[in-house]
Design a protein around this ligand. Structure first.
Ligand code: FPP
Length: 272
């Protein structure tokens, strides 16, 4: 395997990061990585700190992961930052999360531009504070012409309501004479999801060890490879991203088909 991965940030010679980077096959990178960033609360509790401290440390992990993914040549990175269900959390925590998002966008806009990253969000705009929506719009505008990695932040997002909304829109369209509901295809549904401009994730990463998908990209992860690490999100760094990608590269994706070897032996058996 010839490794031609170019990585702009300095990587210490002899470090684990460098070793793992040389193991990654640049020809088989996942095109789209989606991440359920979990464990901020536990990270804080282990340090006897308030949950908000965990989210603040989590924002640092976001910064490091976005930069590493872009430099590695990942085309799409989608981060689950705030679910529709997260509104149930204490007001103080919700405000802190929104504040951290605004701060991230304000501080990181230069780095997003430097790394040629295009920023966008998925989720419902309704319910977000004006100040948050303004910052999102600005980041979207200022990075809109970038041609590198697409960074999507899922904010006020719910996979089930995304599908419900797509069904409602399709139902409305079927009221138009000439539209036949029996002609609705998977592609039609995909084109009514928030993710219509994104390919399905190849790799879904979840931190902090929980084996759940938590209402994230329910339609889109039908054939994603799932990688769960015990690392708590605030501790997640590029080395952990490299580990996830290496694990992904060990998997054989069959999309419901059989292994190519099994296919040839079946054909051979039928020819006898
Ligand atoms: C889950 O941890 C994490 C979240 C609900 C929020 C993720 C937000 C950030 C990482 C910070 C800001 C985001 C951006 C994009 C800058 P949890 O609180 O559920 O942890 P626990 O399960 O240990 O309680």
């Amino acid at each position: 395997m010839s490794n031609t991965l170019k990585f702009d940030s300095a990587i210490e010679a002899g470090s684990v990061d460098e070793f793992l980077l040389t193991q990654i096959d640049p020809e088989r990178l996942p095109s789209h990585i989606a991440i359920i960033m979990d464990g901020n609360g536990r990270w804080a509790a282990r340090r006897n700190q308030p949950r908000v401290a965990g989210h603040r440390a989590g924002a640092e992990a976001v910064r490091a992961t976005v930069e590493a993914a872009a430099q590695l040549g990942i085309s799409f990175l989608t981060l689950y930052a705030f679910s529709t269900e997260n509104w149930k959390r204490p007001r103080l925590e919700v405000d802190a999360l929104m504040g951290l998002l605004r701060e991230f966008l304000r501080k990181e806009i230069r780095s997003l531009k430097r790394n040629n990253i295009r920023f966008q969000t998925i989720g419902r705009d309704q319910g977000l504070e004006n100040a948050v929506s303004r910052e999102i719009d600005r980041a979207r505008r200022e990075t809109g012409a970038n041609t590198g990695m697409v960074l999507t932040v899922a904010l006020n997002y719910s996979g089930r309501s995304e599908i419900v909304e797509a069904c409602r829109e399709l139902a409305r369209e079927c009221l138009i004479p000439g539209r036949d509901p029996s002609q609705i295809s998977e592609l039609d549904i995909e084109q009514h999801l928030f993710t219509k401009c994104l390919p399905d994730p190849d790799l879904l990463v979840r931190t902090s060890g929980e084996m759940r998908v938590s209402n994230f990209l329910l339609w889109q992860i039908a054939y994603s490879e799932i990688y769960v690490t015990d690392v708590l999100w605030p501790d997640f760094r590029r080395v952990n991203l490299f580990e996830a990608i290496l694990e992904y590269q060990k998997r054989e994706r069959r999309y419901g088909d059989v292994k190519p070897a099994a296919r040839s032996s079946l054909i051979a058996a039928n020819m006898k």
